[in-house]
Design a protein around this ligand. Structure first.
Ligand SMILES: C[S@@+](CC[C@H](N)C(=O)[O-])C[C@H]1O[C@@H](n2cnc3c(N)ncnc32)[C@H](O)[C@@H]1O
Length: 223
């Protein structure tokens, strides 16, 4: 596939055949360009809230001779119809921004979502669980020494209460080196919190919570 980073390659690998796809917050448009060139989507649309990234996107698409990607200047999906967004990609943004974009989407119960938060993954998982969205698949991916998760999501109307472990690692299983790295990172954070809070007056509950979380994550890592 056209020269995508491993992060965007992983996002692209979640895109099903034959659907209209909208990349929200496209910036450089690398992902829609690759999807267009691959030819597996019914149509490719890309949005950005700012003019400058969209100009950049147009320049990059022109360089590749691509005239089939529709560029839209708008907040989230506000100027995109469902027919152009059967699959919505929201990558490279914070989990809070991603949650808001989904929440504001009038056809959020119809579209499939591919999400890749840079930060606030816990907040995103909580939003999805509390609002009837199901995470069907999730994998971890590394870029520039940082580890991220990519999720395939759709609405099924079931509201879920997540355990602390589910909030931290979602659906990730220790089956790839990246997944293991992601889970280990959460284990190290919980373990350090538990150690730092040991003996601190008033923080007993939080200490215990982190200790239990670290134990559960260690158990998952042991397979
Ligand atoms: C860090 S870039 C990510 C680019 C690309 N999606 C990626 O993953 O490499 C974030 C882009 O999202 C755009 N953005 C932020 N909030 C947005 C919103 N509510 N609607 C549309 N675009 C948004 C920004 O202008 C910026 O170009």
């Amino acid at each position: 596939m056209y020269n995508l980073s491993q992060r965007l390659k992983t996002v692209a690998s979640f895109v099903p055949q034959g659907k209209s796809v909208c990349d929200v917050g496209t910036d450089h448009a690398y992902l829609p360009a690759a999807l267009y060139l691959e030819g597996k989507c019914k149509s490719v649309t890309a949005t950005d809230i700012k003019e400058k990234p969209l100009k950049n996107a147009r320049k990059n698409l022109d360089k590749l001779g691509i005239d089939g990607v529709k560029l839209v200047l708008c907040n989230g999906l506000s100027a995109v119809e469902y027919k152009d967004a059967e699959v919505v990609i929201i990558a490279g943004m914070g989990g809070d921004v991603i949650s808001k974009i989904i929440d504001d989407c009038p056809y959020k119960k119809l579209s499939a979502f591919i999400l890749q938060p840079m930060t606030a993954s816990v907040a995103l998982r909580e939003y999805l669980a509390q609002n009837g969205f199901c995470v069907n698949d999730e994998v971890a991916v590394c870029e520039n020494g940082k580890i991220y998760s990519v999720m395939a999501v759709n609405y099924d109307g079931v509201k879920r209460n997540l355990t602390n472990t589910q909030k931290k690692i979602g659906m990730l299983k220790p089956i790839t080196s990246e997944n293991i790295q992601y889970i280990k990172k959460q284990y190290n954070i919980a373990n350090k919190c538990a150690a730092d809070l040991t003996g601190v007056s008033g923080k007993e509950e939080l200490q215990k919570e982190n200790e239990l979380l670290a134990q559960e994550l260690a158990f998952i890592l042991e397979g």
